[in-house]
Design a protein around this ligand. Structure first.
Ligand code: GL2
Length: 841
């Protein structure tokens, strides 16, 4: 690594290079300096937003110092790096996280108090960075946190959307989408105008033999769009490592913004070109577990893959190593199939641009990539039409066909008698039009394929990728069960619980080694400890009740059992099962005598989550929940016994308030449909119980915390197929209790019954694909068991503590170490020396 500053002048640099604040006074001085100079505000017009900005800029400076050093250290170390390619990074807010990770939150708290502000109010000023839909995007954010905390040299690569996931409002019970323009003031990104890549689209392929007799392939003409890098620092917890998340933004290339056009009076068309280019990174597609095959989405994917790959290759070439060493220096993980074109792009770079032979290049490619599958739902498996790719990426289509040809030839050789196999594993689906199956391309181009929970990883081997297990053998397929970062999801979201745990087990080390939570088990009978544990849960419920009061305008009783289901709204996640259960409960309460009602456990049913704007059934579910709430919440027969709350605009920062406040949370997907789920882990880690099906990571949570500490119900995944078959061909009858619920809806109890017709007919007439009726009985019975269990608060708290003590496995640190060992083959960097230097200065 070379420096542009001559040796003898470096002393001046060293003398003046900033150290970053550590004391309260230093923090105040930095914050005030930023408020007065960077923001040009004064003591007389400093509102909370300005105070947030000043605080964020002060912390940003602090992070940058460590960030620069980390990047230098990683360059010097010259070790293998991991690149995590994800179209989604659901980061949430950065300030609180930065404060906790550098260990200076209390300093900031006291400093802000001196300046006249409450730290909570300042933190709340920040706009969420909501560049993701749900679990998949949040997983990527947790992974970045763990990679930095564990000192891995790892970068994230994504898109800098101008609009993140839409904001949700509820109007008259319906979801309304509002654009999320989040970049007004974002102190956490650094535009790198000097780091850009020109990305090509359309055009045609010219193949010819040059004078030396070599086959040359060149992709010509078309349209060029420039990718500009925006870097976001990712601090680790309790370590000097600050990694980099690089997000690409699109703009017309200077060549493209055609000055000739401009001068000849075609101003409008020149500006239109410019806008067309900017459109590529303009908006996050708001679908979760659904692919729609839109050209702009394909453009996004290629734009981001091409920019990232060229950036990675550029960095590798600086090292002057041989190409054969590429995969010793570079590991690339594909977060779902969205970045699959990266495989094709690397092959293109190596063969067309760097002149490597096909086989040599392909060996490099396949030893570089790993692919994570996140779903078995057929509607979510990406396929792109051949004509679309042909038009947008003509050279890539040729390469895909060549990859497929070579692959199929090798399969044919090994399985000469199995003719059907070739059609089944072909990357090209012989439909009208032909389609490219991206998951197949991802498998063929990677050295490892992993699922995200044990059941899911088994299912992909026996269902959607069965034939590939035959071709490659089982070892190519592996499991890495998802995890969550305990820094954000315990320490930041639930500081009092984190403090109580630390006081019991002697330190905050558990935030870096979550298995240390098991030291809590000896205290399950400690009266004082249990009392404090219960008090903290109660305080968190009071906090959520206040949030409900301010956002919804009515009060709920914090002593009631809080039953929470927050996640994307999806038929397979079965919020409809939950709300039908709520109606069932409502009808039961209505039919009870006052004496009977006195024995009931009061309940607050909380829902939250966004529906994809085009997902009409999911929107109908939201509508029903809101209409049930309107009726139940003002029914004098019910009073405090049941409240139904739909919280608008569920996002990461709201989750930080909601998750610590649950008594019970619901993870009730049809068995075999939820690949993992990660909010289940967050709720249990915060001392909540869960009601769930034997699906995704619920199964492993059960194994870890014990069957007596979880409320399981419903059919098993191995029975789902038969049940579905029976719905169509057997003497299928809808559960009679559920029929009563439907009758109640049809009577117009919750307003216009026609509005909910499709929800009912989906179950009664169209085969009940998600098995709501099959699971309804066992769901309701389990809810009754929960009521009973909740009456014994002492036993409940015991379950809560025991469960938390056994949650060590579900940290994302464990995931990242597993990926590092079994897929990426990377080692953490030693930062001991750096830590010492920090401690001394
Ligand atoms: C998902 C799965 O649905 C979810 O179960 C899993 O926890 C996450 C992370 O692995 O991935 N797959 C997917 O397409 N989305 C998810 O949240 N959107």
């Amino acid at each position: 690594v070379e420096s542009s500053i001559p040796e003898h002048m470096r002393e001046a640099w060293k003398k003046f290079s900033p150290k970053g604040f550590t004391t309260k006074d230093e923090f105040e001085s930095e914050a005030v300096k930023h408020i007065e100079t960077t923001l040009a505000r004064s003591l007389f017009n400093c509102d909370e937003l300005a105070a947030y900005s000043g605080t964020a800029l002060a912390f940003r400076d602090r992070l940058i110092i460590d960030w620069n050093k980390t990047q230098q250290r990683q360059s010097f170390a010259d070790q293998k790096r991991l690149y995590y390619l994800s179209l989604e990074f659901l980061m949430g807010r950065a300030l609180d996280n930065a404060m906790l990770n550098v260990g200076l939150k209390n300093v900031a708290k006291d400093g802000l108090a001196d300046l006249g502000f409450r730290i909570e109010d300042i933190i709340a000023q920040e706009h969420d960075a909501a560049l993701g839909n749900g679990g998949l995007g949040r997983l990527a954010a947790c992974f970045l946190d763990s990679m930095a905390t564990l000192n891995y040299a790892a970068w994230g690569y994504g898109l800098r959307y101008r609009y993140g996931i839409f904001k949700q409002e509820i109007q008259d019970g319906y979801q309304v989408e509002i654009p999320d323009y989040w970049l007004d003031f974002n102190p956490w990104e650094f535009p790198r105008h000097d780091v850009s890549v020109d990305v090509q689209f359309y055009g045609w392929v010219n193949k010819y033999t040059n004078d030396e007799g070599k086959q040359i392939v060149s992709w010509q003409d078309g349209e060029i769009v420039t990718a500009t890098a925006y870097d976001v620092p990712v601090p680790g917890y309790g370590t000097p490592t600050v990694n980099n998340l690089r997000l690409w933004s699109s703009k017309a290339s200077s060549g493209e913004f055609d000055f000739a056009k401009f001068n000849s009076g075609e101003y409008e068309s020149a500006v239109a070109d410019e806008q067309r280019a900017e459109t590529i990174s303009a908006v996050l597609y708001p679908n979760d577990n659904l692919e729609r095959g839109k050209e702009l989405r394909l453009k996004q994917q290629y734009f981001w893959c091409a920019a990232s790959l060229h950036d990675i290759v550029r960095r590798f070439k600086k090292s002057k190593r041989k190409w054969s060493e590429f995969s010793d220096q570079v590991a690339i993980q594909l977060n779902d199939t969205h970045p699959t074109l990266a495989i094709v792009e690397l092959q293109r770079i190596l063969v067309d641009m760097e002149g490597l032979g096909w086989d040599e290049a392909w060996t490099i490619v396949t030893s570089t990539f790993g692919y994570t599958n996140h779903t078995v739902l057929p509607e979510a498996l990406e396929k792109w039409s051949v004509p679309l790719i042909q038009n947008l990426l003509p050279r890539h289509l040729q390469i895909i066909y060549e990859i497929n040809l070579q692959f199929l030839q090798s399969v044919e050789k090994r399985f000469p008698k199995d003719r059907d196999l070739l059609g089944r594993v072909s990357i090209i689906e012989e439909s009208q039009p032909k389609m490219v199956r991206m998951a197949y391309l991802a498998i063929i181009g990677s050295h490892k394929v992993n699922g995200v929970a044990e059941l899911h990883s088994d299912l992909i081997k026996t269902t959607i990728f069965k034939d590939f297990v035959k071709v490659y053998g089982p070892d190519k397929f592996t499991n890495v069960t998802n995890g969550i970062t305990p820094r954000r999801w315990l320490h930041q979201a639930n500081p009092r619980l984190s403090e109580l745990i630390a006081s019991k087990i002697g330190s905050y080390e558990f935030l870096k080694d979550l298995t240390l939570l098991n030291k809590l088990e000896p205290f399950v009978d400690d009266k004082e400890f249990k009392k404090e544990w219960a008090e903290i849960k109660y305080a968190n419920k009071v906090r959520l009740a206040q949030h409900i009061q301010t956002t919804k305008g009515y009060s709920v009783n914090p002593k009631a059992l809080f039953d929470i289901q927050v996640k994307r709204i999806h038929e397979y996640k079965r919020q409809q099962l939950n709300i039908f259960g709520v109606i069932h409960r409502y009808m039961a309460i209505k039919s009870m005598s006052p004496e009977e009602r006195k024995k009931l456990v009061p309940r607050v049913s909380v829902f939250g989550g966004k529906a994809a704007p085009g997902y009409w059934m999911a929107k109908t579910i939201i509508h029903l929940i809101n209409k049930v709430g309107e009726v139940v919440n003002k029914d004098p027969d019910v009073g405090d016994l049941l409240k139904v709350v739909f919280l608008e605009d569920y996002n990461v920062s709201k989750a930080e308030i909601i998750v610590p406040a649950s008594d019970i949370s619901e993870h009730i997907s049809t068995a075999g449909t939820e690949a993992s789920g990660t909010s289940n882990m967050k709720f249990v880690l915060n001392g909540g119980m869960i009601i769930g099906t034997l699906d995704g990571a619920n199964i492993e949570i059960t194994r870890e915390i014990g069957e007596q500490n979880i409320f399981l119900f419903g059919n098993l995944s191995e029975d789902v197929e038969d049940l579905r078959h029976h719905h169509f061909y057997g003497d299928y009858k809808v559960n009679p209790e559920l029929v009563k619920v439907f009758d109640c809806i049809k009577k117009g109890t919750f307003g216009d019954e026609g509005a909910f017709g499709a929800l009912i007919s989906g179950i009664v007439e169209h085969g009940d694909y998600y098995l709501v009726s099959d699971d309804f009985n066992s769901y309701c019975q389990t809810q009754d068991l929960i009521d009973e269990a909740y009456k014994d608060q002492d036993a409940w708290v015991t379950k809560s503590i025991t469960s938390v003590a056994r949650m060590g496995f579900f940290t994302s640190d464990r995931c990242i170490n597993e990926y590092a060992d079994t897929i990426w083959n990377i080692e953490p960097l030693d930062v001991a020396e750096e830590k010492e230097v920090r401690a001394r200065t």
